[in-house]
Design a protein around this ligand. Sequence first.
Ligand code: GDP
Ligand code: IMO
Ligand code: MG
Length: 428
Amino acid sequence: MANVTVVGAQWGDEGKGKIVDWLSNRADVVVRFQGGHNAGHTLVVDGKVYKLALLPSGVVQGKTSVIGNGVVVDPWHLLGEIAKIADQGVAITPDVLILADNACLILPLHRDLDQAREAASSQKIGTTGRGIGPAYEDKVGRRAIRVADLADPDALKPKIERLLSHHGALRRGLGLPDADATELFDQLMEIAPKILAYAQPAWRVLDQAHKAGKRILFEGAQGSLLDVDHGTYPFVTSSNTVAGQAAAGSGMGPKGPGYVLGIVKAYTTRVGEGPFACELNDEVGTHLSTVGREVGVNTGRPRRCGWFDAVLVRQSVAINGIDGIALTKLDVLDGLKTLKICVGYKIGDRVLDYLPAGMRDQAAAEPVYEEIEGWSESTAGARSFKDLNANAIKYVRRVEELIGAPVALLSTSPERDDTILMRDPFAG
Ligand code: GDP
Ligand code: IMO
Ligand code: MG
């Protein structure tokens, strides 16, 4: 049996949380391998809504859940999220949750920097303001505070000094007051025992699970077009979001991630700034936004909406090595008379079948659409492929053809059980 890696194939919010929760039933361990609490993953189980940002979506089914080394962890947020989810009746104990001891921390100074930069910038990214980018900068700059550092107060003090001397210059440039080393040390010492209760060498836990024949499900955050290398740079997040990161961000070898399941929304959305060729500012855009309830989970920002972009998703299939997709939110297209799918980009005199890397080209790309007949029947809540009308089936088949990957799962509502299994990703 293969492991499965779930990745977003667009700009995030494709429905990864729902699909990971559904697949968790068939898995033993669920692992986050990148990003942080910039993610917002929504699960709906019997009408009860769970919103997760940092916790792997397997926690709701009580599966062993690992926050891998590739994740940047705001420890205060983590404790808050554990408390919030406990209030909803999901107990998170160190038996259930494992936090990689080599993961890097997001500190209040990272959030300050993220927000101050966005406020001061003439080219805003539209970040979530949660300190993700600055935390990853400190990680690759080799000055981050890691989970394991909380267990060694004597070594932590000079680390904090070093970090603050770097941040002092940045903060002064942005008009922020200096951060206080003693205050930060005291804050970290206060939460250290609560955080360390979950800390373990996560790579070892995963290695043992693998050797014991357990099924591992990797949960990506964000989406492939937000990947720091492959996305619409600089309008991206600060981590690799593609499936290849599942290995490095968890400490498993390259064969660990197994079957790659791309999560694909039946249309396109994006939150924040950056190019979006298929964006609609008309009544169809309003339909997608209202029927799809396209509002950011964490920031409450409205998501920009547009037609399905087969060019982008075909590119995602390639850069992730996607074996199959979960197509979500098909029901949101119910009632639209004619649907459009982007099959190419017109940039000046050229027509391309991929998104070029240059920022100017990306901004100039105009979609080349093909039209396909819509449907008036409802697909909402369908639990069998046979329940779909002929035009909805045609749409699904055309999507498969254009992106070059088969549909493994189809989702027709936010509810866990409104999910159609076409082929089992765990069967490889
Ligand atoms: P994620 O970040 O990829 O986990 O996705 P989000 O949770 O941010 O956004 C997806 C939204 O769509 C959530 O509100 C889900 O409850 C909802 N959703 C997921 N699948 C479906 C579906 O098939 N139909 C509808 N109507 N909503 C869905
Ligand atoms: P999930 O996992 C959608 C976007 C932000 C911004 C850019 C950089 O729920 O799909 P960051 O705070 O990461 O530095 O912001 O990335 N972004 C997301 N958009 N879904 C997400 O996560 C996102 N996480 C970050 O809106 O454009
Ligand atoms: Mg989301």
